[in-house]
Every structure is written in C-alpha cells, then in structure tokens.
Design a protein around this ligand. Structure first.
Ligand code: SF4
Ligand code: SF4
Length: 147
C-alpha cells in the first residue's frame, strides 16, 4: 500500500485536508460537552479495520473474524466519504443500549478525534462539540516572547 493510500485510508480526502490545515495553522482538536444519551451515534457508525475505515461489506466480514462482537452492527449503506455506514442492533426504539455494560470501547469513547480525520461529523443533536483550536501553550509562548 502506498503512503498516500495509507494516509487516505486513515483520513479520507476531507479528513486529510482537515489534518493538514490544522498542522499548518498549529491547531489541535478540542472536544467539549457531554452525552445526553440521545442514541444518535449508535445509528450512523463508521468502523475502523486493519487498513483504515471500512469501505466494503467484504472488509467488514474480514473484521468479524477477529472481532465477533461486531456482529451487533449491520450495514445500512455508505456515507458521502465512501465509507460503509452501520447501525447497531442493540439500540432500542427508545434510543437506549440494551446492554450498556457490554458496549464496546468505541461506544464508551465516542466521540473519538479520529471522527474528524475521517471527514465525519458529530450526529445531529449530539451534546459534544469538536473544535479546531490554537493550543493554550502557543498563547503562553507568545506571551513569553512578547508577541
Ligand atoms: S453497543 Fe450500545 S452503545 Fe454501542 S453502538 Fe450499540 S447500542 Fe450504541
Ligand atoms: S450522539 Fe452524542 S449525545 Fe447522543 S448518545 Fe451519542 S455521544 Fe451521547
């Protein structure tokens, strides 16, 4: 796999633009807010495989061999980045996880910063926000240098 293919499998074209823009501008990603349990992030899910974000049903079946717990996910289509989109069978009509104690690390850690770099965005109504910000350390450096 070439370096550019590897980068695009990790970032997607839009995600790569975001990554490079932040690098050039010296910004970092800041996640703020909290979860109010709307369940929307369990309905439109992208999954990561060995070679980046899953783009085909075949890749998903490969991942299932190593991660049978992903059986809970079912394919609903593709998003506008070309990544496969899943919904979770464990989500009830009321938007509640049937077995939260056995939810996965990707559930517990949502939203992960990688969402921004695969060109994704937070589900509508999510209580978190993702912002590209100038790190506090940079402001401090400017202050010390008298800029
Ligand atoms: S396991 Fe539970 S928390 Fe994780 S995606 Fe499914 S319904 Fe949501
Ligand atoms: S979409 Fe956001 S607010 Fe809703 S359940 Fe997921 S993390 Fe919580």
């Amino acid at each position: 796999m070439s370096k550019i293919s590897r980068l695009l499998s990790t970032y997607s074209p839009l995600g790569l633009i975001r990554y490079l823009r932040m690098k050039v501008m010296g910004k970092e990603l800041l996640i703020t807010g909290s979860c109010h349990c709307c369940g929307n992030c369990c309905r439109k899910i992208n999954l990561d495989g060995t070679y980046g974000w899953l783009r085909s049903e075949k890749e998903f079946f490969e991942v299932l061999k190593d991660y049978p717990e992903y059986e809970r996910f079912e394919i609903t289509g593709k998003d506008d980045q070309g990544f496969v989109q899943f919904t979770c069978k464990w989500l009830t009509d009321e938007g509640i996880c049937v077995d939260h104690a056995n939810s996965l690390s990707i559930c517990v850690n949502f939203p992960d910063k990688s969402l921004h770099f695969c060109g994704g965005q937070l589900p509508s109504g999510c209580g978190f926000t993702l912002n590209e910000v100038r790190p506090f350390a940079k402001y401090l450096e400017d202050e010390i240098e008298g800029k």
